[in-house]
Design a protein around this ligand. Structure first.
Ligand code: ADP
Ligand code: GLC
Length: 480
């Protein structure tokens, strides 16, 4: 099949979170399976600086209609591997910024403009370069307009395009909600500025366009596919999702073993496998040193790697401050994001020097070291569409502690509830329940044979991307 993928992030070109991992791995897995993949992402400086992008050539200059203006941009393209071609949508004014969406305190004011432009440029490129895809697969709100714009192109040309569209919701909490004044910038028929279109309580909701107008809608775990049809998790779009309930499916992300495999990971100081964990001991020592902790420390190390946002359950971790002050354990958090979490974690670090540390930055290498060197990986999210780190940590022999929501519920089995099958510990998304799980973790840690059994079961799990890609392949075929 010829497959166009459009996303604001794709590892290694641009990454702020799991969207990048999921899209990058999906593209690679589909290319490996012999499909012809065209990946559209904005031409961020980070993407253009990739070694493989050095050979990118400018293949198109575009004039994109935005309201009553025409804005220029260009398309640069390169092929990082067989069957995969990247199209960078470039417009300096919009994408020459080091951060993707904002400065950490607030989002950029022109995000609607930037991503409307991105979607329109992708549609124009598909048409002008005559890519003739079978499938156009758009991800999250930044690319959510694509299915609708393609349909509108059909209407304008009076022709039916022989393609089907798929839209994946990676996180329904991010909707691309903008003032009604952005509607004319899309040049869509006025009737779409209504409750059956993009209008959402007097605003424009881009995610809604993807959910309503794609031929198929997916999300990234089976549990989340149910959850987003309820008021508790639907973030106000539960009714819209319900209206597509027959067409929505939850396909679990996987682990890209080319990047996340402790036996081959080049970012680790030592490699290891389930059969020989000595390398993990070295990683532990390197992690303790890297955190400024005593490298001889023998107790439990809790690691956390996440965007510093409410979703990730940081309030629950902070709510258990007394645990981290009282118990002989270590906590390392690697994360960037909301300043208020950064400040709260720094304050905790100041109260527990040498025991708690915040590494406030994006750091690929440190994220691998935390996965490898910790004893427990903390992920008490309030909601989690899929979540990748709980899968990475199982593969790395680091026992995950998760809340029972979304993809976390689908991928981690509690070792106390199911002693023969457990691969981690799970709790409710509350401080008290997390506190209980932390105490259970220390109990597990002291019971070495039991800890080793839980660890070994996690390392034996297979979260392969091949399985995930097969799921998408089947969906594409069905929709065609
Ligand atoms: P989400 O997409 O909601 O952020 P996921 O668990 O799906 O959550 O994916 C998060 C990804 O981002 C993981 O690959 C994780 O290692 C990475 N990540 C998050 N914060 C950082 C950071 N500060 N430095 C490096 N990697 C990070
Ligand atoms: C989103 C979700 C996360 C998911 C990722 C990749 O960012 O928050 O749970 O794993 O997308 O699908």
């Amino acid at each position: 099949m010829k497959i166009v993928i459009a996303s604001s992030e794709s590892f290694p070109l641009m990454k702020t979170g799991g969207l990048a991992d999921a899209v990058g791995s999906l593209g690679n897995a589909l290319a490996d399976r012999g499909h012809e993949v065209s990946l559209f992402i904005p031409g961020y400086p980070a993407a253009r600086a990739q070694p493989k992008a050095a050979a990118a050539e400018r293949v198109l200059q575009l004039k994109i209609e935005m309201g009553d203006q025409f804005l220029s941009g260009d398309i640069r393209t390169f092929s990082p591997r067989e069957n995969l071609r990247v199209y960078l949508v470039c417009r300096e004014e919009y994408f020459d910024r080091s951060a993707a969406y904002g400065n950490g305190e607030r989002d950029y004011e022109d995000n609607a403009e930037r991503f409307i432009f991105f979607c329109k440029a992708a549609v124009e490129t598909v048409r002008l370069l005559n890519l003739q895809p079978d499938i156009v697969h758009a991800h999250d709100w930044q690319a959510a307009l694509l299915p609708l714009l393609l349909r509108e192109t059909e209407r304008r040309l009076g022709a039916t395009l022989a393609l089907k569209t798929v839209f994946t919701i990676h996180n329904i909490a991010y909707q691309g909600l903008f003032p009604a004044s952005v509607f004319p910038r899309m040049n869509l028929p006025e009737e779409l500025n209504s409750i059956d279109g993009l209008e959402y309580y007097g605003q424009v909701n881009l995610l809604k366009a993807g959910i309503l107008f794609a031929d198929r809608v997916t999300t990234v775990s089976p549990s989340y596919a149910h959850e987003i049809q309820t008021p508790e998790f639907g973030c106000g779009l539960e009714g819209v999702v319900q209206s597509r309930s027959g067409d929505i499916v939850g396909l679990l992300n996987g682990v890209d073993t080319a990047i996340w495999n402790p036996a081959t990971d080049p970012l680790l100081p030592a490699r290891y496998s389930a059969g020989d964990l000595t390398g993990k001991v070295e990683c532990r020592a390197a992690l303790l040193r890297g955190c400024g902790f005593d490298p001889r420390f023998k107790g439990a190390i809790f690691g956390m790697v996440c965007r510093l946002v409410e979703q990730k359950g940081l309030d629950l971790v902070l709510g258990n401050e007394s645990f981290f002050l009282r118990e002989d354990c270590r906590l390392v958090v690697l994360g960037a994001g909301d300043k208020r979490y950064e400040e709260a974690l720094r304050a905790l670090q100041a109260r527990a020097p040498g025991r708690v540390v915040l590494q406030a930055r994006l750091d690929e290498e440190m994220s691998h070291l935390i996965e490898a060197g910790s004893d427990f990986f903390l992920m008490p999210s309030l909601f989690e569409p899929c979540g990748l780190n709980q899968m990475y940590s199982q593969v790395y022999g680091t026992v995950p502690i998760v809340s029972r929501v979304g993809g976390l519920a689908d991928t981690v089995t509690d070792a106390d509830a199911e002693p023969q099958a457990g691969t981690g510990l799970s709790c409710m998304p509350t401080s008290a329940s997390l506190g209980d799980a932390l105490v259970r973790a220390l109990r597990l840690f002291r019971d070495r044979p039991r800890y080793a059994a839980v660890q070994a079961r996690g390392m034996a799990r297979n979260f392969s991307w091949a399985r995930a890609a097969e799921g998408y392949e089947r969906l594409y075929e069905e929709s065609l």
